[in-house]
Design a protein around this ligand. Structure first.
Ligand code: TAP
Length: 454
């Protein structure tokens, strides 16, 4: 086993040395998961529920430790990291109710009885990105385990520490060995093995659209079940009849949360032309007042980017001479810092307008009317998220129905809740996570006819 060093993105200092799992070690873990699944699926529903509740309680008891680990490993502000650890607990609690509710149907048929069962799939492979290591792990892990599957998770190479600790907490909570395993390492090694190993019956992948396309092709060879949560370039649409003060005050949080490294980032602000001047006048102080800096401090709102190479990619979208309307601040010195940046005006062909930047850069584009706003919002291969600001309820509903995207908020800047469905339209993904129907993605329906003939 080779090992590698994980860096703190706020200081560029080493945090820990982590084993990089090999292909052979991945195969061995999958084999262990396959054996463990036979017993796990047979655990009585109430007992499986109790174990998941114990797991949630264990996460809760170590929430501060997990949050501090995420601050060091990912550079997330500690307030955000605490919320993320709490999300793991809440998602486990929510799906702990599921084992006792995996209810089939009885269907009327002649000459007997027809019943359906929701059967677990077997071993589920989770491939997790670096931007939200804890929440995204939990979105796949909790419903997969609740449904009676075992899970092999591969965190992103750069951010494995919280997932590894959550793996230990599962054992401490009493989950049987090998029911939930975490394998740090490379996507090209561990991730590929999960995709190609025939005993892995489902992949849940969250990451870039480009890698998602490769994974989809790999899964096709075995008709392997697949959930894809991919990229985004979401619109924040502000109509002139909206509460412009609130729309401008919250717009920075809709895009610069997690330093813009957020698949749901509303990174294209579309403003009705008649309100543009007022909106920009209010947006400037809101952007300049974002507290960017030391992520260990409770009042910090934005931390660094994840790595030097990612910062270099983000910086390409703000070359010398770019139309920077205004910027916030960022610390000097060590750390992968990048200031919140607003680009305006931006033409529809510009890379900053079309590409997912995944950093704290937002474009502002004016529109004329409702039809124009919908056309601009849909002018992207992505469709993950978005917001609509208006005081006209009819318009809010019309535009929400017309924008081709999976998760929208009206007069609010956020739309992700673990008890409501989440996922993308178009190239932002396939399938839905979270909410009450997520169990459908981790079970197959079995249909059984039982004759009552003598
Ligand atoms: P990717 O480079 O796609 O990596 C995501 C995960 O896939 C990592 O664990 C990575 O491992 C692994 N991977 C890379 N190549 C692989 C391969 N050939 N086979 C199997 N696994 C492979 O994405 P990222 O840069 O970490 O994350 C940013 C992207 O994720 C953005 O596009 C963002 O929008 C998207 N994202 C989407 C969502 C939702 S919910 N839709 C949420 C968060 C992020 P390594 O660590 O070795 O690279």
């Amino acid at each position: 086993m080779t090992s590698y060093t994980v860096l703190n993105p706020a200081t560029e200092q080493p945090v820990s040395t982590v084993p990089g799992t090999s292909s052979e070690e991945t195969d061995a873990a999958i084999a262990r998961a396959e054996v463990a699944q036979r017993a796990w699926r047979s655990v009585a529903p109430g007992d499986r529920a109790s174990l998941l509740r114990a797991f949630a309680a264990q996460v809760d008891a170590h929430a501060e430790e997990l949050a501090r680990l995420e601050v060091e490993n990912s550079g997330h502000p500690v307030g955000a990291a605490r919320w993320e650890a709490g999300q793991v607990r809440d998602v486990l609690q929510y799906y702990a109710a599921a084992p006792e509710r995996l209810i089939g149907k009885q269907i009327p048929v002649a000459g007997g009885l027809n019943v359906t069962f929701a059967e677990p799939l077997g071993v589920v492979g989770l491939i997790v990105p670096w931007n939200f290591p804890m929440p995204i792990l939990s979105w796949g892990m909790a419903p997969a385990l609740a449904a009676g599957n075992t899970v092999v998770a591969k965190p992103a190479e750069m951010t494995p520490l919280t997932a590894m600790r959550i793996g230990e907490l599962a054992l401490e909570a009493g989950l049987p060995e090998h029911v939930f395993q975490v394998l740090p390492g490379k996507g090209s090694v561990v991730g590929q093995r999960l995709v190609h190993h025939p005993a892995v019956r489902k992949i849940v992948f969250t990451g870039s659209t480009e890698v998602g396309q490769q994974i989809m092709a790999g899964c096709a060879k075995q008709v392997k079940r697949l959930t894809l949560e991919l990229g985004g370039k979401s619109a924040n649409i502000v109509f002139a009849d909206a509460d412009i003060e609130r729309a401008a005050a919250t717009a920075p949080y809709a895009v610069f949360d997690n330093a813009g490294q957020d698949c749901c980032a509303r990174s294209r602000i579309l403003v009705q032309r008649s309100a543009l001047e007022k909106f920009m006048g209010l947006l400037e102080p809101a952007v300049k007042s974002i507290r960017v800096g030391d992520p260990t401090l409770a009042d910090t709102e934005m931390g660094p980017l994840i790595s030097a190479s990612h910062r270099a990619n983000v910086a390409k979208y703000v070359p010398d001479g770019a139309p920077v309307a205004f910027r916030g601040s960022a610390p000097a010195g060590p750390g992968y810092w990048f200031p919140p940046t607003v680009l305006a005006p931006i033409g529809s062909g510009a890379p900053a307008y079309t590409d997912e930047i995944f950093g704290p850069v937002v474009t502002v584009t004016p529109f004329e009317d409702e039809a124009d706003a919908i056309e601009i919002a849909n002018d992207t291969p992505y469709g993950l998220s978005g917001s609509i600001w208006t005081s006209n309820i009819g318009r809010a509903i019309r535009v929400a129905r017309a924008v081709e995207t999976g998760n929208l908020s009206v007069n609010s800047h956020s739309s992700v809740r673990y008890w409501t469905p989440f996922g993308g339209f178009k190239q932002s993904g396939l399938g839905r996570e979270l909410g009450p129907d997520a169990l459908d993605a981790f079970t197959e329906t079995k249909n059984v006819f039982i004759s009552t003939q003598e």
